[in-house]
Design a protein around this ligand. Structure first.
Ligand code: MG
Length: 443
C-alpha cells in the first residue's frame, strides 16, 4: 500500500489528484481509530474542491459511527483549537495549505490539538484497509458549530493588545478572511483589508505569500499609512509580514527577532534545519538555546511537546506558540508581532535594522520521488569531493557545511515532487558559487 500522507501530513497535494473515495476511506479509518462513538471536527479552507471532499469524508465518518462536527471554512489553527476545546477525539482539515488552487488534501489532528505524527498517520492507514462501517442503528450524524467567536476571545484573553495600531491584512482569499481582520479589530486595531473575501480560485494573489505576490500589500501599507502588513497562506497557519516601509520582511530575520523577544535565559526555541543561523545568533544573545528539527511543523510541534520550549517556528512562516497550543497559528502570530512592537516600543523597521541579513538562497528542483532519491544518493556519494567541506549531517536530507561558514541543505520536499535546496553564506557571490557546486553534483 502506498504511503497516503506526505511528511507534511497533507494527503494528495503532491499529485493534484483530489480523490473523494480516498477521503471517504480516511473518514472510515479515522472512525475506527478513534472509536465509533467519538466526535470528529471537520473544517476546510476556501478551495473549490473543499465541499466535495468534505461530503466524502463525512460519509466515511458517519458510516463508521462517528459524530462529525462541521465548522465550515476556518483557518487550520482554528480547527485545531476547536478539536481540543470541545474535547473531540480528532479533527480533520481539508486544505492544501500554500499550494495552487487545484490541489487539495487532508490533515489530521489529535484531541490535544496537535497534528498527527507520521506514526499516527501510519496507524490510520492501517485502519483504512480494514472492513466496513457500523450497523444501520449506529450510523453517525453531523452537527454544525462555529468556533470563530470562541477562538477570538480565547486569543485576546490570553494575549491582549493595547490596540491603536493601523495595520494592513492580506488574507489572499483564503481561510484567514473569516478570522484575522476580525481578531485585530477586536484587539482595537484599524484594519485595512485586502483580498479579504473567501474564494476558492484565490484570484487576488494565489495562496502562497511571497515578495512578488505581496506587492499590493506593500503598496497598501505605504499608501494607507499602516504600521505594517500581515499576509497568510490558504489555510492561515503561516504568516508573512511587510514592514512599515512596505518592504517584505525576510522570514528568517523575523523569526529570529520574534524568537529572541520571547525567549528567556535558559529557555528553548525550536526551528528547522533550513533556517538561517541568525536564529541562533539572536536567541543566544538572550541566553536562550536553539534546537533544530526536520523541516515541517509536525517535527517542530513534536520537539516542543517532548522537550518544552518557548516558541517554535519555520522560515515558511509557520509559527507555534506552545503557551497557546501546538498548532502553527497565523492569526495568533499577527497578534504576537503586534505585542512585540508594543513591548519594545519601536517600529518593525527599526527592530529589523539590528538583525543581520545573510544571503540565503532557496531553489527547487522539480523531479519525481524516485529521481529525487537517486539524486540524493549521488550527492551522498559525491559531496566530499567539493572543496572546503567540513562536515555533513542528515537530520533532514543532507546539510553540507563549508570552511568559510556557508552551508547547503538538499532535501526532498514533503509537499511537492521536487528537491529543495537552501544555501546560506556571508556574501551573495559565495552563496551562488556554493549552490552551483552542489547543483553540479545532482543535475
Ligand atoms: Mg498552510
Amino acid at each position: 500500500m502506498p504511503r497516503l500522507f506526505g511528511t507534511s501530513g497533507i494527503r494528495g497535494v503532491a499529485n493534484r489528484e483530489v480523490d473523494p473515495l480516498l477521503a471517504m476511506k480516511v473518514g472510515l479509518g479515522l472512525a475506527r481509530l478513534v472509536g465509533s462513538s467519538g466526535r470528529v471536527v471537520v473544517g476546510r479552507d476556501t478551495r473549490t474542491s473543499g465541499g466535495m471532499l468534505e461530503s466524502a469524508l463525512l460519509s466515511g465518518l458517519l458510516s463508521g459511527g462517528c459524530t462529525a462536527v462541521r465548522v465550515g471554512t476556518v483557518p487550520t489553527p482554528v480547527l485545531a483549537f476547536a478539536t481540543r476545546r470541545w474535547r473531540a477525539k480528532a479533527g480533520v482539515m481539508i486544505t492544501a495549505s500554500h499550494n495552487p488552487p487545484e490541489y487539495n488534501g487532508l490533515k489530521c489532528w489529535d484531541g490535544e490539538g496537535a497534528a498527527f505524527t507520521p506514526e499516527r498517520e501510519q496507524e490510520l492507514e492501517g485502519e483504512m484497509g480494514r472492513g466496513g462501517g457500523v450497523e444501520w442503528r449506529r450510523v453517525g450524524r453531523t452537527e454544525e458549530r462555529d468556533p470563530v467567536g470562541e477562538y477570538l476571545r480565547w486569543v485576546l484573553d490570553r494575549f491582549p493588545l493595547r490596540g491603536g495600531h493601523r495595520v494592513a491584512v492580506d488574507c489572499g482569499n483564503g481561510a484567514a478572511s473569516r478570522v484575522t481582520p476580525f481578531l485585530l479589530r477586536e484587539g482595537g486595531c484599524t484594519v485595512l483589508s485586502l483580498n479579504g473575501f473567501p474564494s476558492g480560485g484565490f484570484p487576488g494573489r494565489g495562496p502562497e505569500p511571497s515578495p512578488a505576490s505581496l506587492s499590493d500589500l506593500s503598496a497598501l501599507v505605504v499608501s494607507g499609512g499602516a504600521e505594517l502588513g500581515f499576509a497568510h497562506d490558504g489555510d492561515a497557519d503561516r504568516i508573512a509580514v511587510v514592514d512599515d516601509r512596505g518592504r517584505f520582511v525576510q522570514p528568517d530575520r523575523l523569526l529570529a527577532l520574534v524568537a529572541s523577544h520571547l525567549v528567556g535565559r535558559g529557555e528553548r526555541v525550536v526551528t528547522t534545519v533550513d533556517a538561517s543561523r541568525v536564529v541562533e545568533e539572536w536567541v543566544e544573545r538572550k541566553g536562550g538555546k536553539v534546537v533544530r528539527t526536520k523541516v515541517g511543523d509536525v517535527s517542530v510541534a513534536r520537539a516542543l511537546r517532548e522537550g518544552g520550549g518557548k516558541f517554535g517556528g519555520e522560515p515558511s512562516g509557520a509559527w507555534i506558540f506552545p503557551e497557546a497550543h501546538l498548532a502553527p497559528d497565523g492569526p495568533l502570530a499577527a497578534v504576537m508581532v503586534l505585542r512585540m512592537l508594543e513591548e519594545e516600543g519601536r517600529r518593525l523597521s527599526e527592530l529589523l535594522e539590528e538583525v543581520p541579513s545573510y544571503p540565503l538562497l532557496r531553489e527547487k528542483l522539480p523531479c519525481s520521488p524516485a529521481e529525487g532519491e537517486e539524486k540524493m544518493e549521488r550527492l551522498r556519494r559525491g559531496y566530499a569531493r567539493l572543496r572546503g567541506v567540513t562536515g555533513a549531517e542528515e537530520v533532514d536530507g543532507l546539510r553540507i557545511s563549508f570552511e568559510e561558514g556557508s552551508w547547503v541543505l538538499v532535501r526532498p520536499s514533503g509537499t511537492e515532487p521536487c528537491l529543495r535546496l537552501t544555501c546560506e553564506a556571508r556574501e551573495e557571490g559565495e552563496a551562488r558559487r556554493r549552490m552551483k557546486e552542489v547543483l553540479s553534483l545532482i543535475v
